[in-house]
Design a protein. Sequence first.
Length: 315
Amino acid sequence: MNKKVAVITGGAGFLGSHLCDRLLKEGLKVVCIDNLLTGSLDNISHLFQNENFVFYKHDVTNFIHVPGNVDYILHFASPASPIDYLQLPIQTLKVGSLGTHKVLGMAKDKNARILIASTSEVYGDPAVHPQKEDYWGNVNPIGPRGVYDEAKRFAEAITMAYHRYHNVETRIVRIFNTYGPRMRLQDGRALPAFVSQALSGEDLTVFGDGSQTRSFCYVSDLIEGIYRLLLSDEVDPVNIGNPQEITIKEFAEEVLKITGSNSKIIYTPLPEDDPKVRQPDISKAKRILGWEPKVERGEGLKRTIEYFREQLKIK
């Protein structure tokens, strides 16, 4: 019996590499595509000996050729942290638009089911709290963050167009803040910044007064939700994230406590269009996928901090 084949774009990234692991474990053959702009071969080096794993270094904004049958495509190629998309604004817009167009074309050609990685950033700085899938968002299209927000909003729009016009089997996951091993130390997001600062004895830099909130989902929980969505019949977007909300100031204090660091918290100006609140309403994921997060934040943080200790070579 031939194995099913999954193509994962951005497969050498934080989430993409965990998806490679999961789909291989589920008995699929995995074709990983990444141009290594923000991904790393370190994330997938353990898979190179696996006969069911293939890696192509390729930019998906160009024509994609994968020989043979393809059953699933998971489009995770994109810079995903503010530090990346502010430095790579054009590439971010191109992978969300041209890249999404290319993978949808491949899905149509191969008669494959495609899952698009969208983001809670489509909600912008939300006027609705917590955020449900039927909320249309509050996004500044010309602000510095707009390059990411609008790239993902366009990706959702063209995905639904391919579904309606070409009858392509599509799935859309809106991913909320996720953390865990294989995050980059210089990622620019709150968790890697706080942990690397705490472990290195530097002050923790909190934007604004730290009253803005985030909801952090451990990576294994997120991957489980994405896998269930891939196999489901749900076409409309689904939030996957952890609804346990915490202020950034409280989160910084939690990191200090778990690391045992003596670092202080210092406050810097809030970046433009930084969302003040972020919390997923996951009632749809619970109802349709039977999914909810299982890993407590304290436990997830311990595992992530251990990974960062190894990366920083701190005993």
